[in-house]
Design a protein around this ligand. Structure first.
Ligand code: PRP
Ligand code: MN
Ligand code: MG
Length: 181
């Protein structure tokens, strides 16, 4: 059996820490949106775990929809050019939209997405992200609901991948250099 744990160094954020934080964020979101029935927009694929856990923590009515965007083609993450691979099924006119993301790295994906969704006539568009790497920021994005600021290291798990692997880890861990060197 190929043990995934050999590919990891530190567990940066445990599944218990994630669950606690998502509970806190859910309480704030419930209070802020109350009976507004927000539309949660998950960004595939990284956001699936956050969306699944956050949605189940919320004790208010919500809708869920999904977008898939390709950031910067196959190359390195730098250009900021984003393409929509799968668009929303939902009309945003007058809706209160909450974008759900796993991580803000350079910020380019979310700053583009925020503008894109705002132009569709939403009543409000806010961001919920579990992780943010302040030292990797290329653009500033306002995050209303943030889980953790983390160091600029290669992290995987809880939705985050390296070459599509490790998304299924329960916590967030630092990838061992031997995996990508
Ligand atoms: C990752 C992550 C965010 C984005 C953050 O997605 O899930 O969506 O990068 O990077 P940025 O702040 O530099 O734009 P990725 O493009 O790897 O697709 P995935 O969610 O399918 O893994
Ligand atoms: Mn993503
Ligand atoms: Mg990825």
């Amino acid at each position: 059996l190929d043990d995934v744990r050999d590919d990891l160094t530190d567990v940066l954020i445990s599944k218990e820490q994630i669950a606690g934080k998502i509970g806190e964020l859910a309480r704030r979101i419930e209070r802020d949106y109350d009976d507004q029935r927000p539309l949660l927009v998950g960004v595939l694929k990284g956001a699936v775990m956050v969306m699944a856990d956050l949605a189940r923590e919320l004790r208010i009515h919500i809708d869920m929809d999904w977008m898939a965007v390709s950031s910067y083609g196959a190359g390195t993450k730098s250009s900021g050019v984003v393409r929509i691979l799968k668009d929303l099924d939902t009309d945003l006119t007058g809706r209160h939209v909450l974008i759900v993301e796993d991580i803000i790295d350079s910020g380019l994906t979310l700053s583009w997405l925020l503008q894109n969704l705002e132009r569709r006539g939403a009543a409000s568009v806010r961001i919920c992200a579990l992780l943010r790497k302040p030292d990797a920021a290329k653009v500033d994005v306002h995050v209303e609901y943030l889980g953790f600021d983390i160091p600029n290291e290669f992290v995987v798990g809880y939705g985050l991948d390296y070459a599509e692997r490790y998304r299924n880890l329960k916590g967030v861990a630092v990838l061992a250099p031997h995996v990508y060197e």
